[in-house]
Design a protein around this ligand. Structure first.
Ligand SMILES: NC(=O)C1=CN([C@@H]2O[C@H](COP(=O)(O)OP(=O)(O)OC[C@H]3O[C@@H](n4cnc5c(N)ncnc54)[C@H](O)[C@@H]3O)[C@@H](O)[C@H]2O)C=CC1
Length: 487
């Protein structure tokens, strides 16, 4: 499954919780259908059958598709990458096949009230604890079951999925484990469901995945598996899949499953970083600070996440900053092979590291390496709104040479008196990016935006908390492990 998205340390997605149980399946698992074999598996299959119907309200406008967590790959199969340019992308979109995310994409249950876990959640977590030491085996068995029993699903996954095959499973298990954390989980699953449209996932695929999920869990958690546990998993999976299906159905009314986009310019700024501009084949609505998933023609069905490097433009063009990382299939193809005229595919926009235009707080922005891309988009966004809010950008790089976009940022500073850009070069400053902000401030009237390598985000959140910025005013993508680290 794909990447994350986070938002702010507080994901900003509350809402919708008052209706009494997002996670109470709106449709109870169906009893075994007459005529269907009365085997355990027949029952599972029937119980897991989701209902492919659009959400009651027809969905939200595309512009509102902001979720606190990133999307995961194909339902079932996500192969999508870790966010290539984002926090979860580990050191990159690296891997030999694209590296899977080592972290689940659901934020920690930081905001969950300290209510006792539901009986289903207790059973689900007991199963997870049981299978944890055999995660590899569970994963292999799950995909073996899926592809043997449902060979029609194989094409939804990339040809080479050795190292990332567990994305789907991971996302499902993570979601199941957080089944009580409704507000965060619903947003996560909705995003996941929408994101799965680009893989060709359909409602009828979900029961197959659920059946194989339960098949592999029951095998490897046999010591704790019983009828109640199975029923808990069926309810949990039914809830998960129904939210994903509903979100995908609602999104279908609003947006394509993917966009084709033609590369219109390719600017190799330094040996391993290119600024790539593309023209989507139809309007692509997004917000500054968000990111998208991207598939190249060279690595079909392998998706990577990249932040938009500009606010929405009147000519509809989109740009990305891509760093080629060792063994990064997609990033190397984009940096070293892509040329104008090439056609790529884009998934829907995601992410909520966006500017809150209802306040006039200042923006304290930390961009490390190619993490400067969405920061530039945020600056343009503030400029377009014509507001006079102070924006302070700290742009970190290892060396002077790595400040590949400093000219653009300094040009923006010249035009906008409310903008200050401060390059922080490790080898000169003898201090890494987050710590550099301690010498400036005060920052109590600022919202903070962090974009860059995971280590920078992690230490950035720590520093910002340390200087008194509350968690809910700190925004960045893919936060789950970071939230856990500071909470
Ligand atoms: N929305 C987002 O969060 C985005 C994230 N990214 C991510 O940013 C990264 C960029 O990679 P590179 O350009 O190679 O950056 P890099 O690894 O050269 O780091 C850039 C700067 O970040 C700071 N930094 C790095 N690691 C740190 C740590 N552990 N603690 C404190 N500060 C640290 C340092 O000031 C360093 O000079 C990639 O991992 C990419 O996935 C890229 C674009 C958007």
């Amino acid at each position: 499954m794909d990447a994350p998205t986070t938002t702010s340390a507080d994901n900003g997605t509350s809402g919708g919780s008052g209706e009494g149980g997002w996670f109470t399946p709106r449709r109870q698992p169906e009893p075994p259908v007459g005529g269907e074999q009365e085997t355990t598996e027949g029952s599972r299959l029937a119980a897991l059958r989701p209902v492919g119907r659009p959400a009651r309200n027809g969905g939200e406008p595309a512009q509102k598709r902001i979720s606190p967590v990133a999307e995961a790959g194909p339902a079932g199969a996500d192969t999508s990458e870790a966010r290539a340019d984002t926090v979860n992308a580990s050191p990159s979109d690296t891997s030999t096949p694209p590296q899977p995310d080592s972290q689940p994409r659901v934020p920690e249950q930081r905001s969950a009230p300290s209510r006792p876990a539901s009986p289903d959640a207790v059973r689900v977590r007991r199963t997870m604890a049981e299978v944890a030491p055999m995660a590899d085996k569970v994963t292999s068995y799950f995909y073996a079951l899926l592809f043997v029993r449902h060979p029609d699903l194989r094409p939804l996954f990339p040809a080479a999925m050795d190292t990332q095959r567990d994305r789907l499973l991971k996302a499902l298990l993570t979601a199941a484990e957080h089944i009580d954390n409704t507000e965060v989980l619903v947003a996560y699953l909705q995003n996941l469901g929408r994101g799965h449209r680009k893989y060709g996932t359909r409602p009828e695929h979900y029961p197959a995945v659920g059946e194989c999920l339960i098949g592999s869990l029951s095998r490897y958690a046999s010591a704790v598996w019983d009828e109640e546990t199975e029923a808990a998993w069926v309810r949990t999976y039914t809830t998960i899949s129904q939210i994903m299906i509903d979100a995908a159905a609602a999104d279908e009314l609003l947006a394509p499953a993917w966009w084709h986009a033609e590369v219109v310019s390719h600017d190799l700024r330094i040996s391993d970083v290119a600024v790539i501009t593309v023209r989507p084949d139809q309007p692509y609505p997004f917000l500054a600070g968000q990111y998208t998933s991207l598939e190249t023609p060279w690595w079909p069905r392998i998706w990577r996440h990249y932040s938009f490097a500009s606010a929405p433009r009147s000519d509809g063009l989109l740009s990305f900053h891509v760093k080629a990382v060792p063994a990064g299939w997609v990033s190397n193809a984009l940096v070293h092979h892509a040329r104008p005229g090439d056609i790529i595919r884009l998934g829907p926009p995601a992410g909520s590291m966006t500017v809150d235009h209802t306040t006039d707080s200042g923006l304290l922005c930390l961009g490390g390496g190619t993490g400067i891309a969405p920061i530039k988009a945020l600056v343009e966004d503030v400029a377009e709104h014509g507001e006079r809010r102070p924006v302070e950008v700290f742009y970190g790089a290892r060396t002077d040479h790595d400040l590949y976009d400093i000219d653009t940022m300094l040009r923006l500073q010249q035009i906008h008196p409310w903008l200050a850009v401060r390059p922080i070069v490790d080898e000169q400053a003898h201090v890494q990016l987050p710590d550099a902000i301690r010498e400036y401030g005060p920052w109590n009237e600022f919202d903070a935006y962090l974009s860059g390598p995971p280590g920078m985000i992690r230490s950035g959140v720590h520093t910002l908390r340390d200087i008194g910025i509350p968690l809910e005013r700190i925004r960045h993508d893919s936060v789950e492990e970071l939230v856990a680290a500071v909470d």
